[in-house]
Design a protein around this ligand. Structure first.
Ligand code: OFO
Length: 170
């Protein structure tokens, strides 16, 4: 059973995950418009990941007999100066999400809500991977600087990313 406060906080997180999906969809569209198919693919896979993160919480709220309430999703930024700029914004956003997940864990622990504390562990681990992926790509982009050849290589590499639904979403 979820408290009202926990239910509200989880619903807010559904909204944040949906916004994340929308933001990465905007970045995918921007990449596509620049002819960067690999970057467009990477961000579209990220879009699907975020949707699955939102749905995992959605199902959890229902499983706990609480009510899902959906709020408006904010318009994402479309002002991207470069691929490096997009990944720096991605990292900053993921750091915000990490804090948001940590706040949820703090709340679950304060309420002695063991089920939600355990449920959220998946997100804590996922955020480590998300931030690490962003750091790795930012490092590569800084390494290549303004080299078109380097950009081509990174774009080709990002083209191979595939979406694998999390086990419980499969
Ligand atoms: Fe990008 O992270 Fe969801 O949770």
């Amino acid at each position: 059973m979820l408290s009202k406060k926990m239910t509200d906080a989880l619903n807010e997180q559904v909204n944040r995950e949906m916004y994340s999906a929308y933001l990465y969809m905007a970045m995918s569209a921007h990449s596509e418009s620049k002819g960067l198919k690999g970057f467009a693919n990477w961000f579209m896979v990220q879009y699907h990941e975020e949707m699955s993160h939102a749905m995992k919480i959605y199902h959890y709220i229902h499983e706990q007999g609480a009510e899902v309430s959906l709020k408006a999703i904010a318009e994402p930024s479309s002002d991207f100066k470069s691929v490096l700029d997009m990944f720096e914004k991605t990292l900053a956003h993921e750091q915000f999400i990490t804090k948001s997940i940590n706040d949820l864990v703090d709340l679950a622990m304060a309420e002695k809500d063991h089920a939600t504390t355990i449920f959220l562990q998946w997100y804590v681990t996922e955020q480590i991977e998300e931030e690490a992926n962003d750091h790795e790509i930012i490092d590569k982009l800084k390494m290549i600087g303004d080299s078109p050849h380097g950009l081509f290589m990174v774009d080709s590499h990002l083209a191979s990313r595939k979406f694998t639904p999390p086990a419980s979403e499969g």
